[in-house]
Design a protein around this ligand. Structure first.
Ligand SMILES: *Cc1c(COP(=O)(O)O)cnc(C)c1O
Length: 427
Protein backbone atom coordinates (compact mmCIF):
# COMPACT_ATOMS: atom_id res chain seq x y z
CA UNK A 1 0.00 0.00 0.00
CA UNK A 2 1.49 3.34 -0.99
CA UNK A 3 1.00 6.27 1.31
CA UNK A 4 -0.81 9.44 0.33
CA UNK A 5 2.49 11.33 0.46
CA UNK A 6 3.98 8.77 -1.94
CA UNK A 7 0.98 9.04 -4.26
CA UNK A 8 1.19 12.82 -4.38
CA UNK A 9 4.93 12.65 -4.95
CA UNK A 10 4.39 10.37 -7.94
CA UNK A 11 1.68 12.65 -9.31
CA UNK A 12 3.86 15.74 -8.77
CA UNK A 13 6.72 14.21 -10.73
CA UNK A 14 4.61 13.98 -13.87
CA UNK A 15 4.31 17.74 -14.26
CA UNK A 16 7.02 19.16 -11.96
CA UNK A 17 10.68 18.17 -12.49
CA UNK A 18 11.58 15.93 -9.57
CA UNK A 19 8.16 16.67 -8.10
CA UNK A 20 9.36 19.82 -6.32
CA UNK A 21 9.86 23.53 -6.92
CA UNK A 22 13.20 23.65 -5.08
CA UNK A 23 15.54 20.63 -5.10
CA UNK A 24 16.21 19.97 -1.40
CA UNK A 25 12.49 19.42 -0.80
CA UNK A 26 12.65 16.18 -2.78
CA UNK A 27 14.22 14.17 0.11
CA UNK A 28 16.92 12.84 -2.21
CA UNK A 29 19.59 13.12 0.47
CA UNK A 30 17.58 10.97 2.87
CA UNK A 31 15.42 8.85 0.57
CA UNK A 32 11.68 8.28 0.68
CA UNK A 33 8.78 10.52 -0.24
CA UNK A 34 8.68 14.12 0.94
CA UNK A 35 5.83 15.03 3.25
CA UNK A 36 3.13 17.12 1.60
CA UNK A 37 1.84 19.58 4.15
CA UNK A 38 -1.70 20.85 4.52
CA UNK A 39 -1.50 22.90 7.69
CA UNK A 40 0.93 24.76 9.89
CA UNK A 41 0.20 26.31 13.28
CA UNK A 42 2.89 27.73 15.54
CA UNK A 43 5.76 25.24 15.87
CA UNK A 44 3.80 22.38 14.25
CA UNK A 45 2.85 21.15 10.79
CA UNK A 46 0.47 18.45 9.55
CA UNK A 47 0.90 16.36 6.42
CA UNK A 48 -1.76 15.06 4.02
CA UNK A 49 -2.02 11.87 6.05
CA UNK A 50 -2.95 13.89 9.12
CA UNK A 51 0.39 13.24 10.85
CA UNK A 52 1.61 15.97 13.16
CA UNK A 53 5.23 17.10 13.32
CA UNK A 54 7.25 19.58 15.33
CA UNK A 55 8.86 21.67 12.62
CA UNK A 56 12.59 22.49 12.76
CA UNK A 57 12.72 23.64 9.14
CA UNK A 58 10.36 26.62 9.47
CA UNK A 59 10.17 27.06 5.69
CA UNK A 60 14.02 27.03 5.67
CA UNK A 61 14.27 29.96 8.04
CA UNK A 62 11.65 32.64 7.32
CA UNK A 63 9.16 31.61 10.02
CA UNK A 64 10.79 33.29 13.01
CA UNK A 65 7.44 33.23 14.83
CA UNK A 66 6.26 29.84 13.60
CA UNK A 67 3.44 29.02 11.21
CA UNK A 68 0.49 31.30 10.57
CA UNK A 69 1.14 33.73 13.39
CA UNK A 70 -2.29 35.33 13.98
CA UNK A 71 -0.96 38.91 13.89
CA UNK A 72 0.86 38.36 10.61
CA UNK A 73 -2.06 36.53 9.03
CA UNK A 74 -4.63 39.17 9.95
CA UNK A 75 -2.39 42.03 8.76
CA UNK A 76 -1.84 40.23 5.46
CA UNK A 77 -5.57 39.60 5.06
CA UNK A 78 -6.39 43.24 5.72
CA UNK A 79 -3.85 44.61 3.26
CA UNK A 80 -4.69 42.03 0.57
CA UNK A 81 -8.26 43.33 0.47
CA UNK A 82 -6.90 46.70 -0.57
CA UNK A 83 -4.90 45.43 -3.53
CA UNK A 84 -2.23 42.79 -4.04
CA UNK A 85 0.27 44.83 -6.01
CA UNK A 86 0.45 48.23 -7.66
CA UNK A 87 3.85 48.36 -9.34
CA UNK A 88 3.95 51.85 -7.86
CA UNK A 89 5.34 53.03 -4.53
CA UNK A 90 3.46 52.63 -1.25
CA UNK A 91 4.12 54.11 2.19
CA UNK A 92 4.55 50.58 3.54
CA UNK A 93 7.83 50.23 1.64
CA UNK A 94 9.21 53.35 3.31
CA UNK A 95 8.21 52.00 6.72
CA UNK A 96 9.99 48.70 6.09
CA UNK A 97 13.08 50.46 4.71
CA UNK A 98 13.19 52.75 7.75
CA UNK A 99 12.73 49.85 10.13
CA UNK A 100 15.45 47.67 8.59
CA UNK A 101 17.93 50.57 8.40
CA UNK A 102 17.24 51.38 12.05
CA UNK A 103 17.86 47.75 13.08
CA UNK A 104 21.02 47.42 10.98
CA UNK A 105 23.03 50.65 11.03
CA UNK A 106 25.32 49.44 8.22
CA UNK A 107 22.33 49.89 5.90
CA UNK A 108 21.91 53.54 4.97
CA UNK A 109 19.73 52.67 2.01
CA UNK A 110 17.94 49.52 1.00
CA UNK A 111 16.16 48.12 -2.01
CA UNK A 112 13.53 45.40 -1.80
CA UNK A 113 13.43 42.32 -4.03
CA UNK A 114 11.29 39.19 -4.00
CA UNK A 115 13.95 36.54 -3.37
CA UNK A 116 17.35 36.20 -1.77
CA UNK A 117 18.76 35.16 -5.13
CA UNK A 118 17.76 38.50 -6.62
CA UNK A 119 19.24 40.33 -3.66
CA UNK A 120 22.69 38.67 -3.92
CA UNK A 121 22.72 38.84 -7.72
CA UNK A 122 21.92 42.57 -7.56
CA UNK A 123 24.48 43.22 -4.81
CA UNK A 124 27.18 41.55 -6.91
CA UNK A 125 26.27 43.60 -9.98
CA UNK A 126 26.24 46.75 -7.88
CA UNK A 127 29.67 45.93 -6.43
CA UNK A 128 31.07 45.36 -9.91
CA UNK A 129 29.47 48.54 -11.21
CA UNK A 130 30.67 50.60 -8.25
CA UNK A 131 34.27 49.38 -8.27
CA UNK A 132 34.64 48.85 -12.00
CA UNK A 133 36.32 45.51 -11.21
CA UNK A 134 35.29 42.13 -12.65
CA UNK A 135 36.01 39.49 -10.00
CA UNK A 136 34.25 38.36 -6.87
CA UNK A 137 35.36 36.08 -4.06
CA UNK A 138 33.14 33.52 -2.37
CA UNK A 139 33.76 30.70 0.08
CA UNK A 140 33.37 27.01 -0.55
CA UNK A 141 30.15 25.72 1.00
CA UNK A 142 28.49 29.13 1.25
CA UNK A 143 25.30 29.45 -0.78
CA UNK A 144 24.16 32.77 -2.14
CA UNK A 145 21.16 31.80 -4.24
CA UNK A 146 21.28 30.48 -7.78
CA UNK A 147 22.63 33.43 -9.76
CA UNK A 148 25.13 32.30 -12.40
CA UNK A 149 28.14 34.07 -10.83
CA UNK A 150 27.41 32.41 -7.50
CA UNK A 151 26.81 28.84 -8.63
CA UNK A 152 30.53 28.31 -8.62
CA UNK A 153 32.68 25.88 -6.66
CA UNK A 154 36.37 25.66 -5.92
CA UNK A 155 38.62 24.60 -8.77
CA UNK A 156 40.86 21.59 -8.39
CA UNK A 157 44.19 21.80 -6.60
CA UNK A 158 45.53 25.17 -5.52
CA UNK A 159 43.57 27.09 -8.15
CA UNK A 160 41.20 29.64 -6.75
CA UNK A 161 39.47 30.25 -10.08
CA UNK A 162 35.98 28.91 -9.77
CA UNK A 163 34.42 26.10 -11.77
CA UNK A 164 30.72 26.08 -12.65
CA UNK A 165 28.75 24.28 -9.92
CA UNK A 166 25.81 23.80 -12.26
CA UNK A 167 25.43 22.87 -15.85
CA UNK A 168 24.49 25.96 -17.84
CA UNK A 169 26.95 28.30 -16.15
CA UNK A 170 29.64 29.29 -18.69
CA UNK A 171 33.20 28.55 -17.54
CA UNK A 172 34.17 32.08 -18.66
CA UNK A 173 31.72 33.55 -16.20
CA UNK A 174 32.68 31.17 -13.39
CA UNK A 175 36.31 32.21 -13.87
CA UNK A 176 35.37 35.62 -12.48
CA UNK A 177 34.39 34.01 -9.17
CA UNK A 178 37.34 33.08 -6.98
CA UNK A 179 36.60 30.43 -4.38
CA UNK A 180 38.38 30.04 -1.04
CA UNK A 181 37.91 27.76 1.96
CA UNK A 182 35.74 29.25 4.74
CA UNK A 183 37.56 30.48 7.85
CA UNK A 184 40.97 30.36 6.13
CA UNK A 185 42.75 33.66 6.83
CA UNK A 186 45.96 32.59 5.13
CA UNK A 187 44.24 31.73 1.82
CA UNK A 188 42.51 35.09 1.97
CA UNK A 189 45.76 36.99 2.47
CA UNK A 190 47.49 35.11 -0.35
CA UNK A 191 44.64 35.85 -2.73
CA UNK A 192 44.50 39.54 -1.87
CA UNK A 193 48.28 39.87 -2.21
CA UNK A 194 47.99 38.55 -5.75
CA UNK A 195 44.59 39.66 -7.07
CA UNK A 196 43.30 42.57 -5.00
CA UNK A 197 43.15 45.08 -7.86
CA UNK A 198 40.62 42.91 -9.72
CA UNK A 199 38.37 42.05 -6.78
CA UNK A 200 35.08 43.94 -6.79
CA UNK A 201 33.70 42.22 -3.72
CA UNK A 202 33.92 39.39 -1.27
CA UNK A 203 30.57 37.81 -0.47
CA UNK A 204 30.29 35.72 2.66
CA UNK A 205 27.70 34.16 4.94
CA UNK A 206 28.94 35.67 8.23
CA UNK A 207 27.60 32.52 9.89
CA UNK A 208 27.50 29.78 7.27
CA UNK A 209 24.10 28.10 7.12
CA UNK A 210 24.11 26.25 3.84
CA UNK A 211 26.73 23.61 4.66
CA UNK A 212 24.85 22.63 7.78
CA UNK A 213 25.94 25.40 10.17
CA UNK A 214 29.52 26.59 10.51
CA UNK A 215 30.51 29.36 12.88
CA UNK A 216 33.03 31.92 11.64
CA UNK A 217 36.32 32.43 13.41
CA UNK A 218 36.05 36.04 14.60
CA UNK A 219 39.59 36.66 13.27
CA UNK A 220 38.44 35.49 9.83
CA UNK A 221 35.64 38.06 9.60
CA UNK A 222 37.89 40.75 11.06
CA UNK A 223 40.68 40.12 8.54
CA UNK A 224 38.13 40.00 5.74
CA UNK A 225 36.94 43.47 6.72
CA UNK A 226 40.51 44.81 6.92
CA UNK A 227 41.67 43.38 3.60
CA UNK A 228 38.62 44.52 1.64
CA UNK A 229 38.85 47.99 3.16
CA UNK A 230 42.58 48.31 2.43
CA UNK A 231 42.22 47.20 -1.17
CA UNK A 232 39.00 48.97 -2.14
CA UNK A 233 36.97 45.78 -2.54
CA UNK A 234 33.47 45.73 -1.10
CA UNK A 235 32.51 43.36 1.68
CA UNK A 236 29.07 41.85 1.18
CA UNK A 237 27.53 40.07 4.15
CA UNK A 238 24.93 37.66 2.84
CA UNK A 239 22.56 37.66 5.78
CA UNK A 240 19.63 36.20 3.85
CA UNK A 241 19.59 33.40 6.43
CA UNK A 242 21.17 35.04 9.49
CA UNK A 243 19.43 38.44 9.32
CA UNK A 244 16.89 38.75 12.19
CA UNK A 245 17.54 35.02 12.80
CA UNK A 246 20.74 34.90 14.88
CA UNK A 247 20.10 38.37 16.35
CA UNK A 248 17.85 41.35 15.66
CA UNK A 249 20.80 43.16 14.09
CA UNK A 250 22.00 40.07 12.22
CA UNK A 251 25.38 38.36 12.48
CA UNK A 252 27.07 41.72 11.82
CA UNK A 253 25.82 42.95 15.18
CA UNK A 254 27.16 39.87 16.97
CA UNK A 255 30.63 40.03 15.42
CA UNK A 256 30.88 43.83 15.37
CA UNK A 257 31.64 44.10 11.67
CA UNK A 258 30.24 46.75 9.35
CA UNK A 259 29.97 45.38 5.81
CA UNK A 260 29.62 47.66 2.79
CA UNK A 261 26.57 45.80 1.51
CA UNK A 262 24.19 43.38 3.19
CA UNK A 263 21.69 41.02 1.62
CA UNK A 264 18.56 39.98 3.48
CA UNK A 265 15.76 37.52 2.81
CA UNK A 266 13.89 34.75 4.62
CA UNK A 267 12.93 36.29 8.01
CA UNK A 268 12.54 39.77 6.51
CA UNK A 269 9.39 38.53 4.76
CA UNK A 270 8.01 36.30 7.51
CA UNK A 271 7.01 33.62 5.00
CA UNK A 272 6.14 35.86 2.04
CA UNK A 273 8.40 36.39 -1.00
CA UNK A 274 10.48 39.34 0.20
CA UNK A 275 14.20 40.03 0.30
CA UNK A 276 16.46 43.05 0.17
CA UNK A 277 19.94 44.39 -0.29
CA UNK A 278 21.32 47.55 1.19
CA UNK A 279 24.34 49.30 2.57
CA UNK A 280 26.44 52.41 2.15
CA UNK A 281 24.53 55.31 0.62
CA UNK A 282 27.34 56.22 -1.81
CA UNK A 283 27.24 52.67 -3.19
CA UNK A 284 23.46 52.32 -3.26
CA UNK A 285 23.21 55.57 -5.21
CA UNK A 286 24.82 53.80 -8.15
CA UNK A 287 21.54 51.94 -8.68
CA UNK A 288 19.04 52.93 -11.37
CA UNK A 289 17.25 55.33 -11.58
CA UNK A 290 20.02 57.40 -9.91
CA UNK A 291 23.03 55.58 -11.31
CA UNK A 292 24.20 53.27 -14.06
CA UNK A 293 23.66 49.88 -12.36
CA UNK A 294 20.33 48.43 -13.51
CA UNK A 295 18.09 46.52 -11.12
CA UNK A 296 14.29 46.14 -11.06
CA UNK A 297 11.34 43.91 -10.14
CA UNK A 298 7.64 43.87 -11.08
CA UNK A 299 6.52 42.62 -7.67
CA UNK A 300 9.37 44.13 -5.63
CA UNK A 301 8.07 45.71 -2.43
CA UNK A 302 4.49 44.62 -3.02
CA UNK A 303 2.21 45.57 -0.12
CA UNK A 304 1.29 42.04 0.94
CA UNK A 305 4.86 40.80 1.38
CA UNK A 306 5.97 44.08 2.91
CA UNK A 307 3.14 43.97 5.45
CA UNK A 308 4.06 40.42 6.47
CA UNK A 309 7.66 41.60 6.89
CA UNK A 310 6.70 44.66 8.90
CA UNK A 311 4.62 42.69 11.38
CA UNK A 312 7.21 39.92 11.56
CA UNK A 313 9.92 42.44 12.48
CA UNK A 314 7.64 44.26 14.89
CA UNK A 315 7.15 40.97 16.75
CA UNK A 316 10.91 40.37 16.62
CA UNK A 317 11.58 43.67 18.40
CA UNK A 318 10.02 42.48 21.66
CA UNK A 319 12.69 42.94 24.35
CA UNK A 320 14.42 39.72 25.40
CA UNK A 321 13.01 37.74 22.50
CA UNK A 322 16.35 36.67 21.00
CA UNK A 323 17.76 35.75 24.40
CA UNK A 324 14.82 33.40 24.97
CA UNK A 325 15.02 32.02 21.44
CA UNK A 326 18.77 31.48 21.75
CA UNK A 327 18.32 29.70 25.07
CA UNK A 328 15.63 27.40 23.67
CA UNK A 329 17.79 26.51 20.66
CA UNK A 330 20.85 25.94 22.83
CA UNK A 331 19.05 23.71 25.33
CA UNK A 332 17.47 21.67 22.52
CA UNK A 333 20.74 21.10 20.66
CA UNK A 334 22.73 20.42 23.83
CA UNK A 335 20.04 17.88 24.72
CA UNK A 336 20.44 16.15 21.36
CA UNK A 337 24.22 15.99 21.80
CA UNK A 338 23.98 14.68 25.34
CA UNK A 339 21.52 11.94 24.39
CA UNK A 340 23.48 11.01 21.27
CA UNK A 341 26.76 10.74 23.17
CA UNK A 342 25.12 8.80 25.97
CA UNK A 343 24.24 6.20 23.36
CA UNK A 344 27.80 6.22 22.03
CA UNK A 345 27.45 8.37 18.94
CA UNK A 346 30.07 11.01 18.15
CA UNK A 347 27.76 13.99 17.67
CA UNK A 348 28.19 17.73 17.99
CA UNK A 349 26.03 20.81 17.62
CA UNK A 350 26.17 24.57 17.49
CA UNK A 351 23.44 27.15 17.96
CA UNK A 352 23.06 30.88 17.57
CA UNK A 353 19.76 32.68 18.06
CA UNK A 354 17.13 30.54 16.34
CA UNK A 355 19.56 28.67 14.10
CA UNK A 356 21.44 25.43 14.76
CA UNK A 357 23.78 22.86 13.27
CA UNK A 358 23.83 19.21 14.27
CA UNK A 359 26.54 16.80 13.19
CA UNK A 360 27.37 13.12 13.26
CA UNK A 361 30.98 14.12 13.96
CA UNK A 362 32.71 14.51 17.29
CA UNK A 363 33.90 18.08 16.77
CA UNK A 364 32.32 21.04 15.03
CA UNK A 365 33.56 21.60 11.48
CA UNK A 366 35.17 24.90 10.50
CA UNK A 367 34.94 24.55 6.71
CA UNK A 368 33.30 22.51 3.98
CA UNK A 369 35.74 19.59 3.92
CA UNK A 370 35.11 18.89 7.57
CA UNK A 371 31.36 19.19 7.04
CA UNK A 372 31.60 16.60 4.27
CA UNK A 373 33.35 14.16 6.58
CA UNK A 374 30.31 13.84 8.88
CA UNK A 375 28.51 10.47 8.83
CA UNK A 376 25.74 10.88 6.25
CA UNK A 377 24.39 7.34 6.63
CA UNK A 378 23.85 7.81 10.34
CA UNK A 379 22.19 11.13 9.67
CA UNK A 380 19.77 9.46 7.27
CA UNK A 381 18.77 6.88 9.88
CA UNK A 382 18.45 9.58 12.51
CA UNK A 383 16.35 11.77 10.21
CA UNK A 384 13.88 8.99 9.39
CA UNK A 385 13.75 7.89 13.01
CA UNK A 386 12.89 11.41 14.15
CA UNK A 387 10.38 11.82 11.33
CA UNK A 388 8.59 8.66 12.45
CA UNK A 389 8.48 10.14 15.96
CA UNK A 390 6.85 13.33 14.65
CA UNK A 391 9.94 15.54 14.49
CA UNK A 392 10.54 17.25 11.14
CA UNK A 393 14.23 18.05 10.68
CA UNK A 394 15.82 19.32 7.46
CA UNK A 395 15.99 16.37 5.03
CA UNK A 396 19.72 16.74 4.43
CA UNK A 397 22.89 16.65 6.53
CA UNK A 398 23.99 19.87 4.83
CA UNK A 399 21.25 22.18 6.04
CA UNK A 400 20.98 24.26 9.16
CA UNK A 401 17.95 23.82 11.44
CA UNK A 402 15.62 26.48 12.77
CA UNK A 403 13.74 27.05 16.00
CA UNK A 404 10.96 29.63 16.19
CA UNK A 405 9.95 31.94 19.01
CA UNK A 406 6.83 29.82 19.55
CA UNK A 407 8.70 26.56 20.09
CA UNK A 408 8.21 26.00 23.82
CA UNK A 409 8.92 23.51 26.57
CA UNK A 410 6.33 21.04 25.28
CA UNK A 411 8.12 20.88 21.91
CA UNK A 412 11.51 20.70 23.60
CA UNK A 413 10.47 17.75 25.75
CA UNK A 414 8.83 15.88 22.90
CA UNK A 415 11.90 16.41 20.71
CA UNK A 416 14.32 15.10 23.32
CA UNK A 417 12.07 12.13 24.11
CA UNK A 418 12.00 11.30 20.42
CA UNK A 419 15.79 11.62 20.25
CA UNK A 420 16.13 9.21 23.20
CA UNK A 421 13.95 6.67 21.39
CA UNK A 422 15.74 7.12 18.06
CA UNK A 423 19.32 7.04 19.37
CA UNK A 424 18.57 3.98 21.48
CA UNK A 425 17.41 2.08 18.40
CA UNK A 426 20.17 3.23 15.99
CA UNK A 427 22.39 0.24 15.55
C1 LIG B 1 18.31 31.07 1.09
C2 LIG B 1 19.55 31.84 0.80
C3 LIG B 1 19.72 32.57 -0.38
C4 LIG B 1 18.74 32.51 -1.53
O1 LIG B 1 17.51 33.04 -1.19
P1 LIG B 1 16.21 32.60 -2.06
O2 LIG B 1 15.12 33.43 -1.50
O3 LIG B 1 16.05 31.14 -1.87
O4 LIG B 1 16.53 32.97 -3.48
C5 LIG B 1 20.85 33.35 -0.50
N1 LIG B 1 21.78 33.39 0.47
C6 LIG B 1 21.65 32.70 1.61
C7 LIG B 1 22.69 32.81 2.67
C8 LIG B 1 20.55 31.88 1.81
O5 LIG B 1 20.45 31.16 2.93
Amino acid sequence: MTSLNQQLFERAQIRIPGGVNSPVRAFRAVGGAPRFFTLGAGPRVWDVEGREYIDYVCSWGPLLHGHAHPKIVSAVQAVAEKGLSFGAPTELEIELAERVCALMPALEQIRLTSSGTEATMSAIRLARGFTGRPNIVKFDGCYHGHGDSLLVKAGSGALTFGQPDSSGVPADLAAHTLVLPYNDVEALETLFAREAAHIAAVIVEPVAGNMNMVLPRPAFLKRLRELTQTHGSLLIFDEVMTGFRVALGGAQSLYGITPDLTTLGKVIGGGMPLAAFGGRRDIMQHLAPLGPVYQAGTLSGNPVAVTAGLVNLELAMEPGLYERLGEMTRVMTEGLVQIGRHHGFPVSACALGGMFGFYFRDTLPTHLHEVLSADKERFKQFFHGMLAQGIYMAPSAFEAGFVSTVHGTAELEKTLEAAETVFSTLA
